[in-house]
Design a protein around this ligand. Structure first.
Ligand SMILES: CC(C)(COP(=O)(O)OP(=O)(O)OC[C@H]1O[C@@H](n2cnc3c(N)ncnc32)[C@H](O)[C@@H]1OP(=O)(O)O)[C@@H](O)C(=O)NCCC(=O)NCCSC(=O)/C=C1/CC=CC=CO1
Length: 260
């Protein structure tokens, strides 16, 4: 059986590829465990300085594998997977101290939409689409979508998409602010990798601080955010990469970062 999630590290970039193309990358238990473990490994590996999350075939991820799910509905705790898999996957993406790029190659639905929005940066094929899907199968929301979607597009628009699920084209998603870079489908793999590699070669500690500051700021007052910025800026200012960057700027050279 093919690996449901592929994991590869090269030159500081971990590429995590959901690989159930025949099932539109729907998440069965094997894929959820593999994705969770791969993202946690990438987060913990100091040699990894950025992560690219992408997928094979015509879909990015259509969320929970409903063919598997229907079989568990007679069991005791069919929804335990939220605690065991979906939450740890989203925590791994949002909590790792390095940037995560989602290379959205096709449709992202349900939890798959949540994974894409949990990433720090989205490179999206012009043929991709997004669908909240949850209400369509009489469910609420998971994988962080109830948190990320209203923050990115506003509560009113998010409520519309959650209550009346529909396929949102890549162009419309771009208009709404869900897409960082919209690229021709044929260029998606190369452009997503180029973006992620640029981040893998960047000032890792500064990126970690930016990620932490933005997450902190969204749940705190301006006064608290200023305190946090002070703490994180002090940490970034003490990094080797900060010294490298300033010296390179003054020498009119391109900085060569070391990631610490
Ligand atoms: C909008 C779609 C994502 C894409 O539409 P389209 O491109 O027209 O493709 P289809 O013809 O509909 O689908 C092609 C085949 O793929 C199968 N398929 C699609 N999605 C799933 C899925 N999630 N699980 C299993 N199989 C799927 C589809 O049946 C077709 O198969 P056949 O060729 O054999 O007929 C559209 O496909 C769509 O709306 N899909 C459903 C999206 C969805 O509801 N996802 C699940 C949301 S719930 C979730 O993500 C998380 C949880 C968490 C915890 C517990 C329990 C459940 O959910």
């Amino acid at each position: 059986m093919a690996d449901t999630v592929l994991y590869e590290v090269s030159d500081g970039l971990a590429t995590v590829t959901i690989n159930r193309p025949d099932a539109m990358n729907a998440m069965n238990t094997e894929a959820k465990v593999a994705l969770r473990d791969a993202l946690q490994a990438a987060g913990a590996d100091p040699a990894v300085r950025a992560v690219l999350l992408t997928a094979t075939g015509r879909a990015f991820c259509v969320g929970q594998d409903l063919k598997e799910h229907v079989r568990s509905l007679t069991g005791e705790d069919a929804m335990r997977t939220v605690r065991e898999h979906y939450n740890p996957i989203v925590r791994a993406i949002t909590g790792m101290p390095k940037p995560v790029v989602a290379g959205v190659n096709g449709v992202a639905a349900g939890a798959g939409f949540g994974f894409a929005l949990a990433a720090d940066y989205r490179v999206v094929a012009d043929t991709a689409s997004f669908n909240t899907s949850f209400a369509g199968v009489a469910l609420s929301a998971d994988s962080g979508l109830s948190w990320t979607l209203p923050r990115l597009i506003g509560a009113s628009r998010a409520a519309d998409l959650m209550l009346f699920p529909r396929s949102l084209s890549a162009a419309e998603a771009h208009e709404l602010g869900l897409v960082n870079r919209l690229v021709p489908a044929a260029d998606l793999a190369a452009e997503a990798e180029r973006t992620a590699r640029a981040l893998a070669e960047g000032p890792t500690l500064a990126y970690a601080s930016i990620k932490e500051a933005m997450a902190y700021g969204s749940g705190h007052t301006l006064a608290q955010a200023l305190e946090k910025e002070d703490e994180l800026q002090t940490r970034a200012g003490a990094s080797e990469d900060h010294r490298i960057a300033v010296e390179a700027f003054l020498a009119k050279e391109k900085p060569k970062y070391v990631g610490r």
